[in-house]
Design a protein around this ligand. Sequence first.
Ligand SMILES: C[S@@+](CC[C@H](N)C(=O)[O-])C[C@H]1O[C@@H](n2cnc3c(N)ncnc32)[C@H](O)[C@@H]1O
Length: 292
Amino acid sequence: MNLEDKYPQIKNLIGQSENFGLFNAVKSFDNELDKTFGISYIEESAITDISEQAYKDIEKQALLTSYLDYHQVFQDIGQGQSIIDLGAGYCRGAFLANSFDYDINYIGIEYQQGRAKQAKQIFDKDILVEDILKFKVPYCENYFIYLPWNEVFFKFIYDLNSYAKETIFYIIESHGDFIESLDFYKDMFIREVDDLKTSIPRHDNTIYKYRFKPINPNKFLEKMYLPFLYSYKDTKIEVKSKVGTSNDYYIWSSSTLGMRLNYYNNRPCLFLEQSSRYLDFNSDEVVSIGNR
Ligand SMILES: C[S@@+](CC[C@H](N)C(=O)[O-])C[C@H]1O[C@@H](n2cnc3c(N)ncnc32)[C@H](O)[C@@H]1O
């Protein structure tokens, strides 16, 4: 059955996030479907994982995409295609995709077992309880992305690039900086024009649709991969930088200087702790990446 046939009242709510007066109607529709699907929410303060700090004080509903937004995305993707929800939360998408006529295949990846538990019990093979930083994300024709701007996204791009295929991203703005930060990498992505409007007001009212094109390994790629390589692997990086205008070089080594992931003007970069210096990838050259 089609969602809009079963719940005709939602026709006036879909994509209407600019109308704040509809906020409560969308929220109560989401609650109604949560009840129908039997989703119960765990106490988020019980999550102690350090990587969850970005979400610590956020109301749990704020973590979640409205069913009406998933509905629009599922209708937008090609029939018979698959979509991976990167960080699927309570897997609302799994319940929706499997209960109504979309003719799509939904796969959710979520590393918080508590959040994924109910969906995992029902849709076992479509829910991958994995940490994207440690697990190779499979190729898919579409990805749904509602994550903070951090190394998880870079790790995903790293995996995706290995398949050398184009794909579509549906992105929900997160913390207000995701799309702006992504713009720095726009050479790698082709932005589509037909973005969708969300049904519930968030950081902004758009579900951004991008086409991802595989990237050739080059200097630009290094800029992107290095920060996450360093932050999650036991990796040694050596960087060569010119001394003033002379032909001499320093070699900065992560094993002696200590480097960490940092952000500079919204760009990921490496920070040399002992010399309090950001590496400038426009002038500094990476000479080796390897094991310590
Ligand atoms: C903002 S929520 C979005 C949930 C869902 N996609 C939605 O839109 O309703 C982001 C989710 O990503 C998960 N997540 C964050 N980092 C992850 C990682 N490294 N591997 C897998 N899941 C991750 C979080 O646990 C959280 O549930």
